[in-house]
Design a protein around this ligand. Structure first.
Ligand SMILES: Cc1ncc(COP(=O)(O)O)c(C=O)c1O
Length: 414
């Protein structure tokens, strides 16, 4: 061991810097406090919250496990059997001993789901976006990228890392996108990046109109369907599929971590595009591949959801009940077309106090959403009902929201 002098370490200003930054974050009400939860595979959406005063049951209202697939018996069985049969880890990067038969099967499964020639899996949806967008935008000569202002951080990172010139168009603003596209020669490579279901707004992209513009101005379309797969489209094939537009999207990206209930990300597209990303994307090449239990669970989940219209129906029944009950209150919720219901609070500190009150007084867990996940002044709760919330839970949720809304906003206004 090196003889480290504690005095030297404590004199270094690094920790002071970190502490000061955290003090500022706390003063803004943006300091992230993780709820220490124990989810139970057979009691969802009920979880145990390890609070300062000991364990307490809470109802989770902000999970992205939209259809409860993380605890579906077939998915659990697939994960367990794969771990027993093949071990806990994959053994390497895809190139160096880490490609298993299950990876190939999963890539075929996602390609088939989106009716594309090929699929490629990554360790997360974040990595899929970052690695693919960086590789495409950097590799295509003189490529210009067009981004909806609300695309996910992983997409922004991918585009930024490519160093390609980019234009941001305001959210779903087709006129602005058209202007931006038209300002470049037709034969210059262009890439439009957007999301089908925007997870913080709960709204949809105008997929067909964007595809029309892409065709007119000779651009590649890159669509993130992370919050749509499993729920929308035939057998959960996504929003583009439900609108009959999948064939017009060049790259459909999604993950296995939301409605599919596991973890991992993927892209699908033409054989040559996918092979190009496989061959050049650093985030694909230089990392260990998904373990067999995850890969097998993802295959099982996709297969189960092909036939799970009953589960989707139950989800919509609960989402509609939630929206319907909220419409009879003063709560500032967004009437979205999707399964996501944002309740906009507009202030980081109030948002935190509001969610603390939900947790402490009503046993309801919703994480406050702050900058940079949403713009400042748009702080919000993001409610996600699942097929497993019962009527009483939904009524309690709306009752609690209504009561707290009155306490935090109406009385002050009065
Ligand atoms: C729109 C969108 N894309 C990509 C991701 C990243 O997916 P993953 O959680 O699998 O890394 C997220 C995750 O939260 C997301 O909301």
């Amino acid at each position: 061991m090196f003889p480290i002098k504690t005095a030297t370490l404590t004199n270094m200003p690094y920790d002071n810097f970190f502490e000061q930054e955290l003090v500022t974050l706390k003063a803004e009400g943006r300091y992230r406090v993780f709820a220490d939860l124990e989810r139970h595979a057979h009691q969802a959406p009920i979880a145990t919250w390890h609070s300062k005063n000991g364990p307490k049951p809470v109802v989770v209202w902000c999970s992205n496990d939209y259809l409860g697939m993380s605890h579906h018996p077939s998915v659990i069985e697939a994960a367990t059997k794969a771990a027993i049969a093949y071990g806990a880890g994959s053994g390497g990067t895809r190139n160096i001993s880490g490609t298993g038969h299950l990876h190939i099967e999963l890539e075929k499964t996602v390609a088939k789901l989106h009716e594309k020639e090929a699929g490629l899996i990554f360790t997360s949806g974040y990595v899929a976006n970052e690695a693919t967008l960086c590789t495409l935008a950097k590799g295509l000569p003189n490529c210009v990228v067009f981004c909806d202002e609300r695309i996910h951080a992983s997409m922004i990172q991918g585009v930024s890392h490519s160093k390609a010139p980019k234009h941001i168009f305001s959210h779903n603003n087709l006129g602005q996108l058209r202007q931006q596209l038209a300002s470049y020669p037709l034969n210059q490579p262009k890439l439009i990046t957007f999301v089908s279901v925007y997870s913080m707004e709960g709204d949809f992209a105008p997929i067909e109109a964007i595809c029309d513009l892409a065709k007119k101005y000779n651009a590649i379309t890159y669509l993130d369907e992370v919050h749509a797969v499993g729920i929308y489209g035939k057998g959960g094939a996504g929003l583009a599929n439900s609108l009959g537009q999948s064939h017009r999207i060049d790259v459909i990206q999604a993950n296995f971590a939301k409605a599919f209930g596991v973890i991992g990300g993927y892209i699908t597209g033409s054989k040559s595009l996918v092979d190009y990303v496989r061959s050049f994307a650093l985030g694909f090449i230089f990392t260990t591949s998904l373990p067999p239990m995850v890969t097998s669970a993802a295959i099982s989940s996709i297969n189960v959801l092909q036939q799970a219209d009953d589960l989707r129906q139950k989800l919509w029944q609960n989402v509609n009940l939630l929206k319907n009950l909220l419409s009879k209150t003063n709560v500032n919720y967004h009437q979205t077309p999707s399964h996501i219901v944002p309740v906009v609070i507009g202030d980081a500190k109030i948002c935190k106090d509001f969610t603390d009150a939900l947790l402490n007084d009503f046993g309801i867990y919703v994480q406050p959403i702050n900058y940079p996940t949403v713009p400042r002044g748009q702080e919000r709760l993001r409610l996600t009902a699942t097929p497993f919330h019962n009527e009483e839970m939904i009524k309690n949720m709306v009752y609690a929201l209504d009561l707290l809304w009155e306490k935090f906003f109406m009385r002050k206004a009065g």
